[in-house]
Design a protein around this ligand. Sequence first.
Ligand code: HEM
Ligand code: HEM
Length: 175
Amino acid sequence: MQNYPQYSSKQKWIHWLTLVLIVCTYLLVFFKVTLSSYLGGMFNIYLFHKSFGVLIFGITLWRFIVIKQDGVPDVLPKSQKRQRILSKSVQGFIYILLIIVPLSGYLMSSRPLNFFGVISIPAIDMPNKAYQLFHQTHQVSAYLLIALLIVHIAGALFHYVWIKDKVLQSMLKRN
Ligand code: HEM
Ligand code: HEM
């Protein structure tokens, strides 16, 4: 038995799987030129980028259901008010962006989305102005998400290395 609060094993799976998918999604667009020579053209790069994005969207919806079922452990003590507000706000904005980023990616395209080349998700017909707006939203929100993740990861490492409490372990240890 651990004597500190823990996320459920489902929550841990979702958390670390999202990390892997997010890294892949960003790497695909940031290294698109190099990767396109391996994957055989830009078409494939965006097929994978979009498909990973859709997966992240789906997993995030599942995450909300799991949070509702399993609850969220009280990782930081009640006395650390400012830290609790900061970490919860960052996590809250991350949740919102995990919805906005893939959704705007889907909405900015006038072509059907080919999920891993298997399932075709139809595009929504909109005026050109709306596509442009979602394109901008996709770019801005994707970079905002990177900024928040830097704060989030720095916070987790700060707890582990500096404060030496069990915050990181709450997301790591096997239940
Ligand atoms: C969480 C998931 C996602 C993340 C983190 C993400 C992130 C990004 C980033 C960083 C860029 C480069 C922006 C730039 O500098 O121009 C980009 C571009 C793009 N994304 Fe996503 N994306 C995600 C999901 C999606 C989805 C679901 C779709 C479509 C269904 C999509 C479609 C695109 C397209 C078409 C571009 C190219 C835009 C351009 O040419 O300017 N993305 N994405
Ligand atoms: C090296 C990378 C990462 C580390 C070390 C890390 C660490 C942690 C830790 C220790 C917690 C629990 C803290 C608490 O409850 O106050 C947590 C929660 C959370 N993390 Fe991360 N994280 C990382 C990457 C990510 C990524 C890439 C995302 C999203 C794309 C993310 C999203 C979240 C969210 C939304 C929570 C709240 C609980 C939940 O719903 O799972 N984290 N993280």
